[in-house]
Structure formats: structure tokens, C-alpha cells
Design a protein around this ligand. Structure first.
Ligand code: THU
Length: 146
């Protein structure tokens, strides 16, 4: 089972954002105190969650977006439809939290950048939506190595 072309456009944004917001409590960020959460909708219709997980050895930490995407890939998923991202200091969400460059490149591996939606949210009814193409133009992807 996978989402239809139509469903990839009309999916429930508020639900994806709500899941990301509810999941922020699981962020482990005792060093930066910046708590990020992501909910990624895959082509199957399933949603996977991720938070940032920091480490006393700072470079060992990982962003929320990559945690969510890697979880999905581990479950056999290969195509991202959309990702909702929330984040802020001390488990708050006051500003839009844009994905870092490394996470943008990881998203690029598993989507059509002209179609995939990145949603950065402050609340279920306060968000910005853009394609990955807008956030990562002229990108390098898997087809370059075929
Ligand atoms: N972080 C994310 O998880 N995602 C982003 O898009 C931006 C940054 C995390 C990494 C680190 O744990 C903390 O936020 C501060 O950079």
C-alpha cells in the first residue's frame, strides 16, 4: 500500500505537525538545550518520529530529522512525502526551526526534491511549507552516480 499522487498533496499537515510537537518531549539535548522533533510521512502512508540526541562527545549527536528518516529507512521505507519539524530552547516552540544542511542532503537521498514538502512549524495552524528543491537547489543526488 502506498499513498496516491493526490494523497501526497492533500495529506493532513496538522496531524503531522501535532505528532512532531507531541514528540518534542523525547528530545535529549542537555548540552545545547535546543529541543528538536520531526515527523516524516513516507510514501507508504506511515509516519516516523525522531528527536535530536546529543552526546557528551559533542560530534556524536544527531539531528531530529535524520533520526526520523533513518528510522523510516530501517523499516524498509525509501520515499519521503513530507517532513514536519519543530524546535526551540528548553522544550519551547517559538520560532520556525529550519533543517540544517546535512539533514537537507539526507532528505535529498530519499525523495523527488521538486515534490517533497518540508514543513517548519510553530503550531498546528502556524507553519511554512516549501519543497526540498527550494531549500537545496542544484543538488547532488543518487542519480548522479548511476
Ligand atoms: N538540530 C536538529 O536536531 N535539527 C535541526 O534542524 C537543527 C539543529 C539540533 C542539533 C543539536 O542537538 C541542537 O539542535 C543544537 O544545534
Amino acid at each position: 500500500m502506498s499513498l496516491t499522487k493526490d494523497e501526497r498533496e492533500t495529506f493532513d499537515r496538522a496531524n503531522l505537525i501535532k505528532l512532531a510537537i507531541e514528540n518534542q518531549k523525547n528530545s535529549y539535548a542537555p548540552y545545547s538545550n535546543f529541543n528538536v522533533s520531526a515527523a516524516v510521512l513516507m510514501a507508504s502512508g506511515k509516519i516516523y518520529l525522531g528527536v535530536n540526541v546529543e552526546n557528551a562527545s559533542y560530534p556524536c549527536g544527531i539531528c531530529a530529522e535524520r533520526n526520523a528518516i533513518f528510522h523510516a529507512v530501517q523499516e524498509g521505507e525509501r520515499e519521503i512525502v513530507a517532513i514536519a519539524i519543530v524546535g526551540g530552547p528548553n522544550y519551547t516552540i517559538k520560532e520556525y526551526c529550519a533543517p540544517c544542511g546535512v539533514c537537507r542532503q539526507v532528505m535529498r537521498e530519499f525523495c523527488d526534491p521538486q515534490k517533497m514538502k518540508v514543513i517548519i512549524a510553530k503550531a498546528v495552524d502556524d507553519y511554512k511549507e516549501m519543497t526540498l528543491e527550494k531549500l537545496l537547489p542544484e543538488s547532488f543526488g543518487p542519480e548522479a552516480l548511476k
